[in-house]
Design a protein around this ligand. Structure first.
Ligand code: ZN
Length: 343
């Protein structure tokens, strides 16, 4: 039987905790890692309606994008809506996991998916994590098969590359990987190489970590008339309406940047990346005003640019836990939690 802790570790393998914004609050927020789980409900926000849905559909664990508890709690008063919700989740023994900015920044995470859904090719991150690259230097005894052995051992480990060269005695191997994969890489190498592993040490490497981070810039395969591009955004993200800066009707769109959720702090990065358009959410009057000459801003909505989380997170869970051996049900919420209506 799977437990909440298994679900949590699977999700953190996809979206490592160190990718999260330092003031974020991700991970297991309510419940216990020891609780058994047969059914998981995936949603964007844990509202009272979502919690009721979890009870009705028999889910013991909710995985949400937004943290239910973000600011430190000073009280849990059941005469407030938030307090009643927490009380209900505890009473019904429903655990709550949040995968927030770590899921935004993950490889195959929310920003990558938003770019893919809008048809962006050659995706590059607007803001890559810094200080996360490590080099693992190994000295290995053995003959000419060392390179093949390493390829065999590390071939299935995501995000790592390696090179080797012969020493007077044995081989030197250098493995480049994100810090959050290092523990797994070291343990598999120690286990597989055994006594042949003479020594190893870790060095920090300058530079950003490619393939991860907030915001994506890319290109459409063909330039689209601006109205066609906006129609694509509306249709593919299910937007009732879009807010944009004024644009020239004759404009064609090819270079596009995206940032899921609230992306006003990525406008300059999108301009620097050469994007003609930034698709994001939660833009204010002054952000529109200040950037209108430099880039076409498209506010497609916070909810609309993030609801893709439900599908991609459920797919990650299915890929890890729905392989026939450890069968759990993974449910997409049926509750519409968009807090904004268009009249
Ligand atoms: Zn959000």
């Amino acid at each position: 039987m799977l437990r909440v802790g298994d679900i949590l570790s699977g999700l953190l393998e996809w979206a490592p905790a160190s990718l999260a914004w330092e003031r974020d609050n991700i991970g297991l927020l309510i419940g216990s890692p020891d609780r058994e789980v047969e059914r998981v409900l995936v949603c964007l926000d844990v509202t009272e309606a979502v919690a009721r849905e979890a009870v009705e559909r028999g889910a013991q664990c909710i995985v949400a994008h937004h943290p239910l508890i973000f600011h430190p709690l000073k009280s849990i008063r059941t005469d407030t809506a938030r307090g009643r919700l927490i009380e209900m989740l505890l009473r019904e023994r429903i655990s709550v996991i949040a995968m927030h900015t770590n899921a935004d920044a993950a490889r195959g995470g929310l920003n990558a998916e938003l770019a893919a859904v809008l048809g962006l090719e050659h995706p590059r991150r607007l803001d890559m994590p810094k200080g996360m690259l490590r080099k693992l230097v190994l000295r290995i005894a053995g003959g000419a098969t060392v390179a093949d052995d390493i390829a065999h051992i590390l071939g299935h480990v995501p995000d790592c590359t390696w090179s080797s060269h012969a020493l007077t005695e044995g081989y030197a191997v250098e493995v480049l990987a994100p810090a959050f994969r290092l523990g797994d890489i070291q343990s598999v190498l120690i286990r597989e190489l055994g006594a042949a592993l003479r020594d190893h040490h870790v060095l920090s490497v300058e530079g950003a970590l490619p393939g991860y981070g907030i915001g994506v810039a890319g290109e459409l395969s063909d330039a689209l008339p601006v109205r066609d591009f906006l129609a694509r955004v509306k249709e593919r993200l299910g937007c009732a309406s879009l807010r944009t800066t004024p644009f020239d009707e004759a404009m064609n769109v090819r270079r596009v940047a995206v940032s899921s959720g609230a992306g006003s702090s990525y406008v300059q990065a999108a301009i620097a990346a050469g994007a003609e358009v930034l698709v994001t959410g939660d833009l204010s009057h002054h952000v529109f005003l200040d950037s209108a000459d430099d880039i076409l801003l498209v506010d497609a909505g916070h909810y609309e640019t993030e609801q893709l989380f439900i599908r991609i997170c459920a797919e990650e869970l299915r890929r890890r836990f729905f392989d026939g051996k450890q069968k759990i049900d993974i449910l997409h919420t049926r509750t519409d939690t968009n807090p904004v209506w268009f009249m």
